[in-house]
Design a protein around this ligand. Sequence first.
Ligand code: ITT
Length: 192
Amino acid sequence: MKKLIVATSNVGKLKEMQEYLEEFDLQLGLKPSELEIEETGMSFMENAILKASQVSKILNEWSIADDSGLMVDELNGQPGIFSARYGKTDFDRINRLLGELEGKNNRQAKFVCAVAISNSRGQIIIKTEGICEGEILTERRGESGFGYDPIFFVPEIKQTFAQMSPELKRKISHRGKAFASLTPLLKSLLIR
Ligand code: ITT
């Protein structure tokens, strides 16, 4: 494998994924924007596998996909795999979530990230998952990042994802943990 397609349409995710993959001697390619894979899976991992394998089969290239989202305790784990479909824009999605949690004391939540790498025939070669625990604030805090970052507060750091430097978020986030498990596997695959 020399070339790897980063199979996402989410610009925030794409940036973070490219940064995790920087250390590898790989030519990273972008998924054509018109190529959208329907997320019919019932879990983050099922959807990550679906996106990676479909994109690989269609383009005949290795690819990496990420499926992620926010599971909120008070909402029985919602929006979960529906996090991207929770509203039209990041602004709407955050407003909807804040509305659902208005007046609620239990603000516990976790971000989950599943990552899958597929070979050019659509076979899954690597899959990993990462979780980051936190709390949903009552209002936005911070300007960095993307998606739900401004309302996701990590108590140990005393900051939201949107207040953290990109380096710190990369280290402690759900995606950071998924890539921490993925990196050694990808290394050994590339030296084989
Ligand atoms: P692709 O499927 O094309 O990768 P997507 O945005 O549809 O892009 P998902 O289905 O995995 O991706 O949905 C993830 C949702 O969770 C989406 O709304 C993201 O903005 C949000 N999300 C995921 N990781 C996040 C992070 O690190 N910070 C903030 N929001 C995040």
